[in-house]
Structures are given as structure tokens and as C-alpha cells.
Design a protein around this ligand. Structure first.
Ligand code: ADP
Ligand code: MG
Length: 394
């Protein structure tokens, strides 16, 4: 019979596994000193009752934008004074109204019980700034806000209403095209100043990992070459610190599970496959049904082998676009969905390729005329298993 004593006394490779979670924010953020200082300088006027410039922060996923801003915010809010810095995750608060609710919640306690219209919340905000308060509003993942132009307009208009306090905005995004998609007026307002967070290099990631491994793992359980490998893989893929942490955590779990109790290059390689599959699963979960069906068709044909795989000049694992369309149409009907036309299907293939889930190439002439050949980017059994579950097949 299992006992807690047995379980608790089992040796673990981890000293404190929570340290390796991306939610853990270390008190010191190496390689972000410059950016943090710049953000502090930008918002510092608010602590002297002056309106700071708006700031825009751009950088790819996992470059430390969120944790750097939160770091500044903690220090800001620890200072005396009436100014406030508020953090808003726009993935959750994704409209002007919800953002106003979130900002004003601390000043309108009744907000929990009953709803108030936007005009009421706006008036309340003006009341607060007339008392001389400066609001610094952090809009993280700002590109997720549905009515962003209206939000920016409303927040900046507040500044015309009072000579005393004011509102400034720190927008954060990892979407490169975002700036160009904005209304010119919102753009000039949001981009009064700008900071770019570069992707981490391999050496930097190594340092970040070492710092975490030192407190998260038991001593000498992770080989230095494994850390180098995890950092190198991450730098090559994306430079995303979150990915590097996932990789080393997963490698630790693999080592623990196998009883080896030591993370070597081998565990990192195995973890890489697992982490990539996790990321693929995240991307697949967000796909519309038609794309899921098209991808499922590719995975199941890959498992069963292409009808034409014996033809000369077709490389292992490649499928003909035509046979995939037939399979897509067949599966759609099984799921009681009307298959879309070939024109749409080509769009789906483009989308799947953009997401890195498949690759496609043109066949040479001669094989049934010229056609598109398709290859799945991940192991077919894993992908078809995943999709069977989300599409409720069988
Ligand atoms: P972004 O907002 O740019 O996507 P985050 O700030 O959320 O990235 O960073 C993701 C995680 O990576 C953080 O929670 C932290 O654990 C880790 N991280 C990022 N930058 C650093 C750094 N310079 N030092 C240590 N850990 C970091
Ligand atoms: Mg972030």
C-alpha cells in the first residue's frame, strides 16, 4: 500500500520545482538592467506629480517584458505619494469598458456589486485626477484590445480635463505588425517613446538557466553541457526565456521519472520533443474546426501511408495535395460538416504551414503532373491522437 511517508521520502532531483515555473519572477533580472532603468526614468515624473510620456514596449515572447514592467511597478507603488501604477492583462480585460472597470475598481468599491456605465467611471476617473493623482496604466498585450482606438482616445482625453493629475499609458506587445495596423492618431499617442526588448542570446539564456537551476535543482544534478544545449536550442528556436525554462524543467522531470536523477544532453533532447509537441498542441487547440480536420486528414494519411508512396521520386512521408483533399472531405462528412471548396482548402494548407505544423513543396514534373506535396511537421501518431480527442473522432 502506498504511504505518504514513502512518497515524501522518495529522492527528488528538484529542490523547489516552483522556481522553474515561468510564473516565478526572480528578484534580479539579469540583462534587463538597461530596459528597467529606462522604464523607471520614463515613469518617474509621476512621482513628482507630473505627467509621464506614454511608452511603448516591443519584444518577442519571453524576452522579459512583463516581468521587467512588474518589477518597476512594485518599486513605483512602494514609493509614497498618491500616484498609481496599474497593471492590466489585455488578454483578459480586452475592451475599453472592462479596462475602465479594472482601473476604477480600487476607487469605486461598489463596482463589485453593481455595474456602472462607462460615463460614470469616466467621471470618477476625472474626479481622482483633479485631486492631483497621476495614473500610469500598463496595458500588457495591448493588441488584444478590441476597441483600442476608442480606449486610447478616451484615456488621453482625460488629460484635457484637468491641469493637476493625468493619465499615461505603457503599452506592451509582441506583435511586430501592430504599429502599422493602428489608427494614426492612436499611433502617435502610444508611441511617444519606445523601448525594444531584444531576444536573449545563448550565453544570456545559459546564465538565466544557471541562476534558476541553482535554487530549483538539487546540487550537481544538471550537467553543465545540458544547460549549454538547452540554451543553444532555445537561442536558435526563439530566444524565449520561457521556452528555455520549460525545456530544463521537462528534462528534469524526464530524469526523475527514469530514475536516472541526472540531467544530461539526452534528457534535454527528449525534453525538446516534448516541449515542441506541447507548443504544437497549444497552437492546434486554437485552430478553427476546418483546419483541425485538414490537419487530421494529413496525420491519418501519414500514419496509413500515401497511396502513391511507391511512385518514383516521392520522398518518404510526403502526401499528394489531392489525396489529402479527398481525405479532408471524407472526414468532414463523417463529422457532419460540409467540406469547403479546394480554394479554401489551399488557404488552410497555407495557414498550417505558417504555423509550422506542416511543410509543403512542389513535386517535380512527371509525377501525376506538377502537384503540391505535403509533409507533417510532427510525429503523426501524436498529432492524430490529439486531434481525435478535440474533434471527438471515434
Ligand atoms: P514576455 O512578457 O516578454 O513574454 P516574461 O516577462 O513573461 O516575457 O518572461 C517570461 C519568464 O521568463 C519570466 O516569468 C521569468 O521567469 C523568465 N525571465 C525572463 N527574462 C528573465 C531574466 N532576464 N532573468 C531571469 N528570468 C527571466
Ligand atoms: Mg508578457
Amino acid at each position: 500500500m502506498a504511504s505518504f511517508q514513502d512518497i515524501l521520502s522518495k529522492k527528488s532531483i528538484f529542490k523547489d520545482v516552483s522556481i522553474l515555473s515561468p510564473h516565478y519572477v526572480p528578484s534580479h533580472l539579469p540583462f534587463r538592467e538597461v530596459q528597467i532603468k529606462e522604464i523607471m526614468e520614463t515613469v518617474s515624473p509621476a512621482l513628482k506629480s507630473q505627467k509621464p510620456k506614454n511608452l511603448f514596449i516591443y519584444g518577442k515572447t519571453g524576452t522579459g517584458k512583463t516581468c521587467s514592467v512588474k518589477h518597476v511597478m512594485d518599486q513605483f507603488n512602494a514609493e509614497d505619494g498618491s500616484s498609481v501604477m496599474t497593471y492590466i492583462n489585455c488578454r483578459i480585460y480586452n475592451s475599453r469598458y472592462r479596462i475602465f472597470q479594472k482601473i476604477m475598481k480600487q476607487f469605486v468599491p461598489e463596482l463589485d456589486k453593481s455595474g456602472f456605465g462607462l460615463p460614470y467611471l469616466y467621471e470618477k476617473l476625472i474626479e481622482e485626477i483633479k485631486k492631483g493623482k497621476q495614473f500610469v496604466i500598463v496595458l500588457d498585450e495591448i493588441d488584444m484590445v478590441k476597441d483600442l482606438d476608442e480606449l486610447v482616445y478616451t484615456l488621453t482625453r482625460v488629460n484635457d480635463e484637468s491641469k493637476a493629475g493625468g493619465v499615461s499609458i505603457i503599452g506592451i506587445s509582441n506583435k511586430l505588425s501592430f504599429k502599422n495596423e493602428l489608427d494614426p492618431r492612436s499611433r502617435s499617442s502610444l508611441y511617444e517613446s519606445e523601448i525594444i526588448f531584444p531576444s536573449y542570446t545563448s550565453t544570456q539564456l545559459q546564465h538565466i538557466l544557471d541562476q534558476r537551476i541553482g535554487i530549483g535543482f538539487e546540487k550537481d544534478t544538471v550537467e553543465p553541457s545540458a544547460v549549454n544545449l538547452a540554451a543553444a536550442i532555445t537561442a536558435q528556436e526563439c530566444g524565449d526565456a520561457r521556452y528555455a525554462l520549460k525545456l530544463i524543467l521537462s528534462a528534469g522531470e524526464i530524469a526523475q521519472h527514469s530514475g536516472k536523477m541526472r540531467v544530461t544532453d539526452e534528457e534535454v533532447e527528449l525534453a525538446r520533443k516534448r516541449v515542441e509537441l506541447d507548443l504544437a498542441a497549444e497552437a492546434i487547440a486554437l485552430l478553427p474546426d476546418n483546419l483541425k480536420i485538414a490537419l487530421y486528414a494529413i496525420a491519418s494519411l501519414t500514419q496509413n501511408g500515401s497511396k502513391y508512396s511507391r511512385l518514383d521520386g516521392v520522398e518518404e512521408g510526403f502526401l499528394f495535395s489531392g489525396e489529402v483533399y479527398e481525405e479532408y472531405a471524407r472526414v468532414s462528412l463523417v463529422l457532419h460538416k460540409k467540406p469547403r471548396s479546394v480554394r479554401w482548402y489551399r488557404e488552410y494548407l497555407n495557414d498550417l504551414e505558417m504555423l509550422g505544423l506542416i511543410t509543403s513543396t512542389m513535386s517535380g514534373r512527371g509525377i501525376r503532373g506538377q502537384t503540391t506535396l505535403i509533409k507533417l511537421g510532427y510525429p503523426a501518431a501524436d498529432i492524430s491522437g490529439l486531434l481525435k480527442r478535440t474533434l471527438n473522432i471515434e
